[in-house]
Design a protein around this ligand. Structure first.
Ligand SMILES: Nc1ncnc2c1ncn2[C@@H]1O[C@H](COP(=O)(O)OP(=O)(O)OP(=O)(O)O)[C@@H](O)[C@H]1O
Ligand SMILES: [Mg+2]
Length: 395
């Protein structure tokens, strides 16, 4: 079929043509927005799940929902070893810029921007010199001294978020700060962020931090602050069930006047296993292969090897390449042990090594986001079907 009209969208953070199977989460976030705007106590949402299940896409949808309610919004993508100070400053700058045109008191906005500038300038990694650290933020008001600029991130964030919330309160709206790849926020910063959210939740300020990250994110947060479970409600984003996976394929096709035979949908579900990234990847190639509507099971079987090839390069291979030889060896040993979470001691046994001698590879893989510790002592791939991919590769 016409590749130009191909609706499917495999790719990191790519908005799917149909956001299938997420009605419950969207309903839940609507309630959060409504309650926070009314100053009611509410836990914010943190999305967790494997690679490619649609966390970023859902986070972006949440952001659109907040924007529709005229909230100010900003988003950061956390990186290991990078303080969140400057990214948070940039995101709040964005959020306030969304609110500024509707605000009646320009001096309130200006004062906040001055505080924001002072906050950003405390970044220890910013280039030295007058205002160089904030130049990129493009804030052209003088920095306000004495607030959110102590250099202690916990104090500074608490003050900054409170001030941002108060600007939003003037307008009867809220501010939502979205944090993607939240498991990568450095430990000290996670702790500061939780503390600031905790403080805000007590004062009822209309600002929420909405996170997304890998399945071990809840344990990262609770290791940092024991009360994090009371701050966030963890929502596990999983693969799509059969009905949702079918809808993800059928709805966009129907808009282009294309149908699927039931056997084609069976074959696509068997191949993609309900994982959103795979649904898009197989859907895309199948569309290109099929010559007429309805799409048949034969079309899917012709398309499958090509889709697998693309996944092997783009989805699996690109991640595998990021690992060092020792880390690859570690993952291969995991793959041999099957697709369920495995005890780290068994991986060491498989490699005929002492657990202590393989733990650096394991820790590096966790940091790279390729594996995660699902429970104490157990380890699993963050990428669905990664074990299967590794087993299919020549050694
Ligand atoms: N609910 C959905 N219905 C259909 N397709 C979806 C859905 N959610 C996500 N997708 C598709 O799945 C792919 C992966 O989505 P996304 O990048 O949001 O995943 P992720 O969980 O953030 O992955 P990662 O952990 O690698 O960042 C995209 O191509 C997107 O279009
Ligand atoms: Mg993502």
């Amino acid at each position: 079929m016409d590749p130009v009209r191909n609706p499917y969208a495999p790719g990191a953070g790519q908005r799917p043509p149909e956001l299938a199977g997420r009605d419950r989460e969207i309903g839940q976030f609507n309630v959060v927005l409504e309650r926070v705007a009314r100053g009611r106590p509410e836990r914010s949402i943190v999305l967790t799940g494997l690679r490619g299940v649609g966390k970023t896409v859902l986070l972006n949808s949440f952001r659109s929902m907040a924007i529709q309610r005229l909230w100010g919004t900003g988003k950061i993508e956390a990186r290991p070893d990078q303080s969140i100070r400057r990214p948070v400053a940039g995101a709040l700058h964005m959020a306030i810029r969304e609110l500024a045109p509707r605000h009646r008191a320009p001096d309130r906005i200006e004062h906040f921007l001055g505080v924001l500038k002072a906050f950003a300038a405390r970044d220890p990694h910013a280039p030295k010199g007058s205002g160089a650290g904030t130049a990129q933020l493009g804030i052209d008001v003088p920095a306000v001294r004495g607030r959110a600029d102590s250099g202690d991130l916990e104090i500074d964030l608490t003050e900054l978020l409170a001030d941002a919330a108060s600007v939003a309160t003037d307008l009867g709206v809220g501010i939502a700060l979205f944090v993607d790849e939240m498991q990568d926020v450095p430990a000290a910063d996670v702790s500061a962020l939780c503390a600031a959210c905790h403080e805000l939740s007590q004062t009822g300020g209309p600002l929420i931090v909405v996170g997304a990250g890998l399945p071990h994110l809840p344990s990262v947060l609770s290791a940092s602050k024991s009360y994090s479970e009371r701050l966030f409600s963890y929502v596990r984003i999983d693969r799509l069930d059969r009905e949702a996976a079918d809808l993800a394929l059928i709805a966009p096709a129907r808009r282009e006047g294309v149908e699927f035979k039931p056997a084609a949908l069976d074959a696509l579900y068997a191949a993609a296993d309900g994982y959103p990234y795979f649904v898009q990847a197989y859907g895309k190639v199948t569309w290109d292969v099929a010559t007429e509507s309805p799409v048949s099971a034969e079309d899917v079987s012709v398309a499958a090897p090509e889709a697998e090839g693309e996944l092997a390069v783009g989805f699996f291979g690109s991640r595998y390449e990021r690992a060092t030889p020792a880390e690859r060896e570690y993952m291969r040993a995991m793959a041999v042990l099957g697709d369920e979470p495995v005890p780290t001691s068994r991986v060491a046994d498989e490699l005929s090594r002492k657990p202590s001698s393989v733990s650096p590879a394991r820790d590096a893989l966790i940091k790279k986001g390729l594996i995660y510790s699902s429970e104490r002592g157990l380890i699993a791939f963050t990428v669905p079907h990664f074990g299967r991919f590794l087993r299919s590769q020549p050694t």
